[in-house]
Every structure is written in structure tokens, then in C-alpha cells.
Design a protein around this ligand. Structure first.
Ligand code: 5GP
Ligand code: MN
Length: 340
């Protein structure tokens, strides 16, 4: 845990009114958008001018969230985004801990700014770009960490239904609907408080999980056909190539959660999901593990990535076949080195 004093944060967000920018990570998920919008609503309640700038588009399955209409997309209009960021009194970075998680170009731009940053995040190994750092890997989501910070500042009265809906969304998505190991009694207490604030939790679950397109289910079927075991290793992998994505008119967010199927097989404690992103010239990889197998370290060591002990991501510039073969070789030779 790396924490600046909470009083410094309270002072920063107290009046007089200031101009704040909030940034989630690139390819934002429910927790990144949920925490960014949750903080957005609270800072607005306090009377500040607030802008949320996402590095790129958020997935469709999050479009219903309260506040998405206000989100500006950096990639769509870089000069406008840069203008906002330059003129912010402070820039909040949510659900990531190194500036390059916004993308190489945006990360370099952010690093060149003299502005103060605040980091609110729950990933391993935080960078040191922020003046105020609230980094705690014991939290299952940035949203739960955000709520805890608001509690410590005595500001939860400002969490109205809209903010509560956003914060709940991040907790649900990052906890795998309350089933991952970092789901604690405290998580459920926070959720109870959010429900008391009037959120419609069944409706949120429906919007997130029961709202699939037909194509997405077909794509899931293809990914499951591409699920393989690596003999004698307790490891698996699955993949989708560019043709698969094209055949089922892939939309942003369609592949969310599919990696978990690789880990749901009895006896498997490591899986990887490879997605061919021809346009970007990379293979994007998601890693999942169970128990004390550290995929954050695995992704950092071999695939230019990072994340958490049991959920991490990375990338490769080799071809899809070569990347998968490299993963298989590494698993066979080095998997045993990553039990912490
Ligand atoms: P996912 O597989 O769901 O995309 O990501 C799993 C976790 O790893 C998330 O917490 C995400 O923020 C992190 N992550 C995903 N890709 C990368 C990456 O390329 N670099 C780093 N440092 N973290 C990543
Ligand atoms: Mn998160």
C-alpha cells in the first residue's frame, strides 16, 4: 500500500472551485469507467468543473452508465483533449498506475505536463508520476478504493444514485460478480451502502451481463472452439484471430470475460487469451491464474505487461502463431518460477 495522507486529498478537492480532469486507462473496463464517472459525479457535487477524458472509446456494454455523455475521447480530438489537460488544476488517473497505460503517445504527452497528478489505483507496482498516490492492491477494484477514500473524507453523503451506480458497476465487474478472492465483508458493506443510496442493482446486472448481441455469443463459441490445454502443465489458452473477429462483426467489449473460461477448467491454474489486433500490429493478451501463481510477474517478464497477481495483460508483436508458440514454450520451461 502506498498512500499520501487523506487530508491532502480532502484539501485538494475542497472549495474554492477548481478545474479537474479525470483519466481512465486505455481500453477502459467497468472499473476504469465506473471509478472515473463515480469521482466525476462527486467532484461536480462539490462544485468543481470536471472533465473525463478516456484515451480511446469505452465498450458498448458500458454506454448506459450515468455520465458517459460527458466523456471526451482523446484519440478522436487530441488538440481538444490536450487543451483540457493542460488547463486542469489537477489530473486524476483512475485504475492504472503508469502513464503509458493511456497509450504511448498520450502517456508521453501526460509525462511532459507540469500539472499535478493524483493516482487512485489497485494494481501492483505503482509508478511515481503522481503528487498524491492512493495505491492499494488489497482492494478488488478501484471503485471500492474510491468509496473507501470518500468514507475517510466523510464525503459519502455526496454519493448520490448516479455516482453509486457507477461505483457499483466497477465493483461488480472487477470482482467477477463478487466471486474473486479480494471480495471481502467490507466489499459487501460498501455494496449495501450503495444499494441504500437507491441503485437498481438487478437493472445494472442486466445491462452488463444479459445484453449480449447474437454475434457476441457466436464469437464466444468460436473462442471456446479455440480453447486448448498444454499437456502436463495445468495451463490452457484460447485465441481469436482477425478473421474470427471480422466474421462476427466484433464490437469493443465483445471479448470481455471470455478469458475466464480458460481458467474454469478443472485442474487448470493458468490461462491466456490471445486476440489478434492487426490494425495495431499487436497480439493483445489477457492472463488469468488462480492461487499463488503470479501472472503480473509473468506478463511483466515475458509480454510487456502487468496487472494483478491473478489477472494481468500484455502484448506481443510476433504473429499470432508465434506468440502462442512462445507462450507454450515459456509455460513448459518457466511456469514453476511464478509461484510466489
Ligand atoms: P484484462 O485482461 O482484463 O484486459 O486485464 C487484466 C488486468 O491487467 C487489468 O487490471 C488491466 O488493467 C491489466 N492490464 C491489461 N493489459 C495490461 C498491459 O498491457 N499492461 C499493464 N501494466 N497492465 C495491463
Ligand atoms: Mn480495476
Amino acid at each position: 500500500m502506498k498512500h499520501t495522507s487523506i487530508d491532502t486529498l480532502k484539501q485538494l478537492i475542497s472549495l474554492p472551485a477548481k478545474t479537474f480532469a479525470i483519466i481512465p486507462h486505455r481500453n477502459p473496463d467497468g472499473d476504469a469507467i465506473g471509478s472515473s464517472l463515480g469521482l466525476y459525479h462527486v467532484l461536480k457535487q462539490l462544485g468543481h468543473k470536471v472533465e473525463v477524458i478516456s484515451p480511446n472509446e469505452y465498450p458498448n456494454f458500458l454506454a448506459w452508465m450515468p455520465g458517459t455523455a460527458a466523456i471526451k475521447i482523446y484519440d478522436f480530438n487530441k488538440p481538444a483533449g490536450q487543451h483540457i489537460l493542460k488547463n486542469s488544476d489537477c489530473i486524476f488517473t483512475l485504475d492504472f498506475n503508469i502513464l503509458s497505460r493511456t497509450g504511448d503517445e498520450m502517456g508521453a504527452f501526460l509525462a511532459s505536463l507540469p500539472n499535478d497528478f493524483v493516482m487512485i489505483d489497485h494494481h501492483q507496482m505503482p509508478g511515481d508520476y503522481a503528487k498524491l498516490t492512493f495505491s492499494d492492491t488489497s482492494f478488488g477494484s478501484t471503485c471500492e478504493l474510491l468509496y473507501s477514500l470518500l468514507e475517510q473524507m466523510d464525503l459519502t453523503d455526496l454519493v448520490h444514485q448516479e455516482a453509486a451506480t457507477c461505483i457499483y458497476t466497477g465493483i461488480v465487474t472487477d470482482s467477477g460478480s463478487f466471486r474473486f478472492p479480494k471480495t471481502t465483508a467490507k466489499t459487501h458493506q460498501v455494496v449495501a451502502a450503495l444499494i441504500e443510496k437507491g441503485i437498481d442493482n438487478p437493472k445494472i446486472h442486466h445491462a452488463l451481463f444479459d445484453n449480449s448481441s447474437f454475434n457476441r455469443l457466436q464469437l464466444m463459441g468460436r473462442a471456446l472452439q479455440h480453447l486448448h490445454l498444454i499437456p502436463d502443465t495445468q495451463a490452457s489458452y484460447l485465441y481469436l484471430n482477425e478473421e474470427d473477429l471480422h466474421e462476427f462483426s466484433h464490437q469493443k467489449g465483445d471479448t470481455e470475460g471470455l478469458v475466464n473460461y480458460g481458467l474454469s477448467i478443472s485442474g487448470i491454474d493458468l490461462t491466456a487469451f490471445f486476440i489478434e489486433r492487426k490494425e495495431e500490429g499487436i497480439i493483445k493478451i489477457s492472463f488469468r491464474s488462480s492461487g499463488n501463481l503470479d501472472v503480473n510477474l509473468f506478463a511483466r517478464t515475458y509480454f510487456e505487461g502487468g496487472g494483478h497477481i491473478n489477472a494481468a495483460g500484455g502484448k506481443s508483436t510476433l504473429s499470432l502463431d508465434e506468440t502462442i508458440q512462445r507462450y507454450i514454450d515459456i509455460v513448459k520451461q518457466h511456469k514453476q518460477d511464478f509461484y510466489v
